[in-house]
Design a protein around this ligand. Sequence first.
Ligand code: PDD
Length: 290
Amino acid sequence: MSIVFLNGEYLPIEEAKVSVLDRGFLFGDGVYEVIPCYGGHLFRMPQHFVRLQRSLDAIRLHSPLSNDDIAEALMTLVNKNPQHGDNQALYLQITRGPDQNGRNHGFPETINPTFYAHTKALPPYNYEEARRGKSAITLPDIRRKDCYIKAISLLPNILLHQQAHDAGSEEAILLRDGYVTEATTSNVFIVKDEHIYTPPASPYILGGITRDLVIELANNYQIPLSEQPIDETMLRTADHLWITSCSRHIHPIVQLDNKQVGNGTAGILWETMIKLFDDYIATERSDQDE
Ligand code: PDD
């Protein structure tokens, strides 16, 4: 049975209850994070805290827990859930909490935010499957203009994601005004003539922790990469296309809108980047052990 963390308590998941007056339930008024844990080490925790704070600031919410307390709670959850194995994906969400005066759009003057976290197994990265690639479709980015907030109100994302799944695809790559923003649960990279491109950071995309690491690794190893707007023509004439997220790492997309991307392979740059990515995870783990 899974143990979860709710407002300072570790509970069996069946016993964790939140009020129907919680503004997370009534309005989707809250933010979240998803943090991988590899072999008992939280992945890029400082970067996750920066993004969490950015989201909290954007919705004018104070975390009820300090960063140290959050890290401790997440590690305790990992240890209390050994059935999920060596690698886990931790989910945390902070909502504005229950408003005892009922459902009111304006923020109540006093309210206690709700802090919830759970963990689940993170399956090992499957190189062979990744190398074969997946398919994606393009869809218009119908989301709001503040996609940099990791908000729990994800209705457009889940509708677009489901549309991709209904079409037999892994992801929907989103286009806003003719330019790629990101995908419904991941960031987007293309490769053209051995050069990597990804849309620049902006309010229209989530600052993916995986995205930022790919950029950092490319810079460190002198692999040409530009953060630059990608228009629809660039997308459709790319040699390779990748999506990135904490659970997928770097995943090649070899079919877009039922057409082959480039020569339909993951490509040599993907082989290089995924190796650097893996080495980074191993080094981060051993650094934390010292
Ligand atoms: N989603 N863009 C969007 C819209 C996302 O939802 C995600 C991740 C990313 C990639 O971020 P990261 O590299 O930090 O995982 C980009 C998570 C996994 C989720 O919603 O479950």
